[in-house]
Design a protein around this ligand. Structure first.
Ligand code: SF4
Ligand code: SF4
Length: 83
């Protein structure tokens, strides 16, 4: 399951450099996560790094992008191969 950033985001910039997949970027009003690049940090870390650092805890799981651990690992393999 990819994560997404809610409108409670205060644009603090802390999460963007923490993402190992480059999935986080500044959107029009708040930061955004590209669901095609977010692996929930599977393949890199045990915990989603953005969730760990967000001071307002506005990065929940995205119910529109439900994926199993195996699917996230497959996504990780595809992203890593493309890097
Ligand atoms: S969970 Fe990991 S891969 Fe997904 S956006 Fe956050 S830091 Fe990036
Ligand atoms: S860490 Fe949280 S509040 Fe800060 S930019 Fe990222 S999502 Fe927004």
């Amino acid at each position: 399951m990819a994560l997404y950033i809610t409108d409670e985001c205060i644009n603090c910039d802390v999460c963007e450099p923490e993402c190992p997949n480059g999935a986080i970027s500044q959107g029009e009003e708040i930061y955004e996560i590209d669901p095609n690049l977010c692996t929930e940090c599977v393949g890199h870390y045990d915990e989603p790094q953005c969730q760990q650092v967000c001071p307002v805890e506005c990065i929940p799981q995205d119910p529109n992008h439900v994926e199993s651990k195996d699917e996230l690992m497959e996504k990780y393999n595809i992203i890593t191969a493309a890097m």
